[in-house]
Write a protein that binds this ligand. Structure first.
Ligand SMILES: Cc1cc2nc3c(=O)[nH]c(=O)nc-3n(C[C@H](O)[C@H](O)[C@H](O)COP(=O)(O)OP(=O)(O)OC[C@H]3O[C@@H](n4cnc5c(N)ncnc54)[C@H](O)[C@@H]3O)c2cc1C
Ligand code: SF4
Length: 616
């Protein structure tokens, strides 16, 4: 339980911080920044977290104001709970545009050069993007860490699965993951013999069970290997039933809403599927839970409404200070400029904002790779109607999927993918259930009993498979800055240039054929169609596909074993500036087919140890 009374708030002011030299200054209060802050707090280091957002959500009243705003808005998009903030601007899924070659889309926060127009978002409030993430937390498979050595494509990590495994367990504890070890033991993913997850797995939905029943016994051949199909449950960072066997029989105490005296420890997931864009009861993990614990120790302070604007070096190439702009009102540009000083600096602002800040500071780095190798999973959606009622629209967004093609020798030629079975039916592809209502009422003039019958009949049979397709690092896919594009504080906005790599498109084309096979096996009527006017429309070998952004940003300050081929070392330390760490998805040399955040969290435990050793 995190009981977080108001008098423990340790927010600070720009005037106060100007006087101090902190052990560590962390830019960004998302999951990466919060984990490092918490670990440093436990080691009694003096930490300042600089956060560009308003910082309302660390107490219950602030969090609930987001929930109320979400209830009140007509447009329920990813950022609908979070008020407009012109000084900490962020991308919205509704910003996505089809990009005309040579004509960048400049009207939204991220300037998109294309040619692919992405709808990926992130959230610039305290708590970061975990405020509105979906909270699926699979581990990467061991071969994801050695792509170049194993498949001759992509990049190797300088650390192996075995090295990161203990930190995966730390991350699973911190985020409170519900899962079953036996379900997750596949494709080389391994655990210590006595390991159990903190909480028991979320049960498969009835829809998952129907799909599983239909595909059992089916196999596909690819790259000379056979893959047997089945549905497995997904690990999720949301409160389920604690496993009494956790931690050698000591059990696990789930964290519920911060700042509440909880009747029972931990609010449990009620499965009503509002995780994106906000969990009303805080059953879903978000970084505020970790940050609240970091603050309780008393050694961590948070400076909110403070936008890190320039990283400044001393004569030895170490970071001497960071310039911040602390604004007074989220709409108006008035602000105070100040500097924050520390012995060590951590950029934890995410894989777009970290390189944006470095490049805006004139720090492109000796490798020339700052901002390059941007990766984001490509999602391909395939949807149809099951022959029988399957209970669609019940349960959390996604409880199970097909994982057999997350790895295999075929990866030397084409991308791997994982498949999510969506419990929210055609919500992502068609806007269901609102679109069903419009079709039946406006299109077919249905009302009363026949409307109810038709709605129930079609919605409860909807099946949507979301293929999360691997993307390899490509230096041409990048974040850059351009003085022509600034926000109202005068900070340069990110400019993204992104093309879906052919390797990924080969995987997408195979995914479409794979969906047809699965649909045939299940007796599903295929309703998939991709509109050439869609912002994510891509053609490959004569066929068209609509690709969605994955919200899994990575690669832009890539990790490696040499300063000439990477930006950070295995501890996420900048090769160029010894007291600077760039943390988060930007460090990942590959993303495989795992949602990235568990790996980000695991890496941050490792980085925290390195910083504590530096400060000893
Ligand atoms: C809709 C959606 C669903 C997702 N679902 C999943 C999922 O199921 N599983 C999964 O693994 N991942 C998922 N993700 C991705 C996941 O949310 C991110 O990988 C993760 O939150 C990144 O954490 P971070 O701490 O690195 O960055 P962020 O969470 O983005 O935090 C960055 C922090 O830095 C602050 N900041 C930014 N710029 C500045 C600046 N200049 N000065 C000061 N502060 C600054 C921001 O306000 C923020 O607090 C999803 C994302 C989205 C959008
Ligand atoms: S399903 Fe509902 S209760 Fe469960 S994590 Fe999502 S929003 Fe929260």
């Amino acid at each position: 339980m995190v009981f977080f009374p108001r008098d423990k708030m340790t927010r600070t002011s720009a005037e106060q911080v100007g006087e101090e030299i902190y052990d560590v200054v962390i830019v960004g209060g998302g999951v990466a920044g919060a984990i490092i802050a918490k670990q440093l707090s436990a080691a009694h280091k003096r930490v300042l977290v600089v956060e560009s957002g308003m910082g309302k959500d660390v107490d219950l009243a602030g969090y609930e104001s987001y929930v109320s705003r979400f209830y009140g808005t007509a447009m329920k998009d990813n950022q609908s709970p979070y008020p407009i903030n012109r000084n900490s601007p962020m991308p919205r899924s509704t910003d996505a545009r089809k990009i005309t070659p040579g004509l960048p889309a400049t009207d939204a926060y991220i300037v998109q050069n294309g040619p692919f127009g992405s709808d990926t978002t992130y959230t610039r409030v305290l708590g970061g993007t975990t405020m509105h993430w979906e909270a699926k937390t699979p581990r990467m498979v061991p071969d994801d860490f050695s792509m170049r050595n194993t498949f001759g494509v992509g990049e190797n990590w300088p650390i192996s699965y075995d090295e990161i495994e203990p930190d995966y367990r730390e991350a699973e504890r911190e985020m409170g993951v519900s899962a079953d070890v036996e379900d997750q033991r596949y494709l080389g993913i391994s655990f210590p013999d006595d390991y159990v997850y903190p909480m028991r797995k979320m049960p498969l939905s009835y829809l998952d069970q129907q799909v599983d029943q239909g595909i059992r016994g089916t196999s596909v051949q690819l790259g000379g290997q056979q893959f047997d199909l089945e549905v497995r449950s997904f690990p999720q960072a949301r409160n389920g039933i604690p496993n009494p066997l956790y931690n050698g029989g000591k059990g696990y105490r789930p964290l519920g809403a911060v700042s509440t005296s909880q009747v029972e420890a931990g609010e449990r997931c009620q499965g009503n599927n509002n995780c994106v864009p906000i969990c009303p009861v805080q059953a879903k993990y978000y970084a505020g839970k970790t940050m609240a614990q970091a603050l309780l120790g008393g050694d961590v302070k948070v400076l909110t409404q403070a936008v890190a604007s320039r990283v400044v070096l001393d004569a030895d190439g170490r970071v001497s200070h960071i310039e911040i702009k602390q604004y007074h009102d989220p709409i108006l540009p008035d602000h105070t400029t100040a500097t924050v000083r520390g012995r060590v600096f951590v950029l934890a602002a995410n894989a777009i904002e970290n390189p944006r800040l470095m490049l805006a500071s004139g720090l492109a780095g000796s490798s020339g790779l700052m901002g390059r190798n941007l990766m984001d999973h490509a999602y391909l959606l395939c949807w149809g109607l099951m022959p029988q009622v399957c209970g669609t629209m019940r349960g959390t967004n996604c409880t199970g999927g097909i994982v057999a093609l997350r790895n295999g020798s075929f990866r030397s030629q084409q991308a791997a993918f994982g498949i999510d079975i969506h419990n929210d039916g055609w919500g992502w592809s068609e806007g269901s259930p609102a679109s069903d209502l419009l079709r039946l009422v406006d299109g077919q003039n249905k009302f009363g009993r026949s409307l109810r019958r038709e709605l129930a009949d079609s919605i409860t049979r909807q099946l949507l498979l979301a293929f999360m397709i691997e993307v390899l690092p490509d230096p041409n896919n990048r974040v850059s800055v351009d003085p022509a594009y600034k926000d109202q504080l005068g900070n340069m906005r990110p400019v993204v240039t992104y093309n879906i790599p052919e390797y990924t498109m080969r995987g997408a084309a195979y995914a479409r054929r794979f969906a047809q096979l699965v649909f045939q096996r299940l007796g599903v009527a295929d309703y998939t169609h991709y509109d050439p006017g869609d912002y994510g429309y891509v053609t490959y070998e004569g066929a068209g596909y609509a690709i969605r952004g994955g919200n899994h940003l990575a690669g832009t300050h890539i990790m490696g074993s040499s300063p000439s081929t990477s930006v950070v070392d295995p501890d996420q330390r900048s090769w160029d500036h010894a007291n600077l760490f760039l943390v988060g998805g930007g460090s990942m040399p590959s993303i495989g087919t795992a949602n990235v955040t568990l790996t980000i969290a695991a890496l941050c435990f490792r980085t925290a140890r390195a910083i504590i050793a530096d400060l000893a």
